[in-house]
Design a binder for this molecule. Structure first.
Ligand SMILES: NC(=O)C1=CN([C@@H]2O[C@H](COP(=O)(O)OP(=O)(O)OC[C@H]3O[C@@H](n4cnc5c(N)ncnc54)[C@H](OP(=O)(O)O)[C@@H]3O)[C@@H](O)[C@H]2O)C=CC1
Ligand SMILES: O=C(O)C1=N[C@H](C(=O)O)C[C@H](O)C1
Length: 252
């Protein structure tokens, strides 16, 4: 049995993942950490300030983090110091936060980090790469939509899309929304929508004279992310230290 713990256990993703763990024959939900108080599926949820005590007492094999950037950094550093394999889904890291994470993980524990654990999105990124390779001279606009409670913008997934476009086209300058007198140059337009209970929509538009191509991905249920997280948790157990992606997990 692989013992799995979740930081952000009482959140939208935390509870969805814990329920899938509970349904799996080879995995046990060992407990959680959250800034909110509570218990989950009969297991303790420790306060976020007690991450080190939690790791010593619960001794999970894998620590999954779906919290918020600043908290995730602390949880990852603590997990790596305790020698626990990691699966990180939290988004919105600054470059400095990401460097701290990479330093904590490299050479100490195996970790899967992805801004989107859905299988469909990981294929979508490949389609975007292919289109960007061939349509680098088209105007490119990225739009994402999420529920009203999402804190970071643009989404981690959109940021990954921008990285891919940058790698393939050399275009790295972004325009976050437009207002007033604007003149389009070679920037990538980035547009963020927040409302209702939208689970996660991403569209990349390639536009030229007389034609457009739109690539879109829509998640209808958080279970699509959670299923990918479970695959990542199984994959990461017993791997050599280092940072892995969903390409490694899915064998892409
Ligand atoms: N990679 C992927 O596939 C996906 C990534 N995400 C990302 O995962 C993260 C969480 O998303 P979601 O579950 O919707 O968010 P939620 O806000 O529902 O869940 C986060 C949980 O963490 C808690 N929390 C806040 N601060 C801390 C802390 N210091 N220590 C421990 N727990 C804390 C929150 O409490 P409180 O609400 O009281 O602040 C909440 O219970 C976001 O960054 C999101 O972008 C989401 C879906 C898929
Ligand atoms: O906060 C969310 O909900 C989601 N966050 C991830 C992101 O920022 O890309 C993944 C997914 O789109 C849902």
């Amino acid at each position: 049995m692989t013992r799995i713990a979740i930081c952000g256990a009482l959140g939208r993703m935390g509870t969805t993942i814990a329920n899938l763990i509970n349904d799996a024959d080879d995995l046990t939900f060992a407990g959680g950490v959250d800034i909110r108080e509570g218990t989950l599926l009969g297991q303790p949820v420790y306060p976020s300030t007690e991450i080190n005590t939690f790791l010593q007492e619960i001794k999970p094999d894998v620590l999954i983090d779906f919290t918020i950037a600043h908290a995730a950094v602390e949880n990852i550093v603590a997990g790596a110091a305790a020698g626990v394999a990691l699966v990180v889904g939290t988004t919105g890291f600054s470059p400095e936060q990401r460097s701290r994470i990479d330093e904590a993980i490299e050479g100490s524990v195996p970790a899967v980090i992805s801004s989107n654990y859905s299988v469909g999105m990981n294929i979508f990124w490949r389609l975007v790469r292919e289109a960007a390779q061939r349509l680098g001279d088209y105007d490119i606009e990225v739009t994402e939509a999420h529920h009203r409670y999402k804190k970071d913008a643009p989404s981690g997934t959109a940021r990954t899309i921008l990285e891919i476009i940058g790698e393939e086209t050399g275009k790295t300058e972004c325009m976050y929304g437009r207002e007033g007198m604007t003149e389009r140059k070679d920037e990538i337009g980035v547009h963020v929508i927040r409302g209702g209970d939208i689970v996660g929509d991403h569209t990349v538009l390639f536009a030229a004279n007389n034609e457009t191509i739109e690539l879109s991905h829509r998640a209808y249920d958080r279970a699509v992310f959670a299923h990918g997280v479970i695959r990542a948790a199984r994959f990461v157990t017993g791997k050599a230290p280092g940072i892995y992606t969903m390409d490694d997990v899915l064998g892409l």
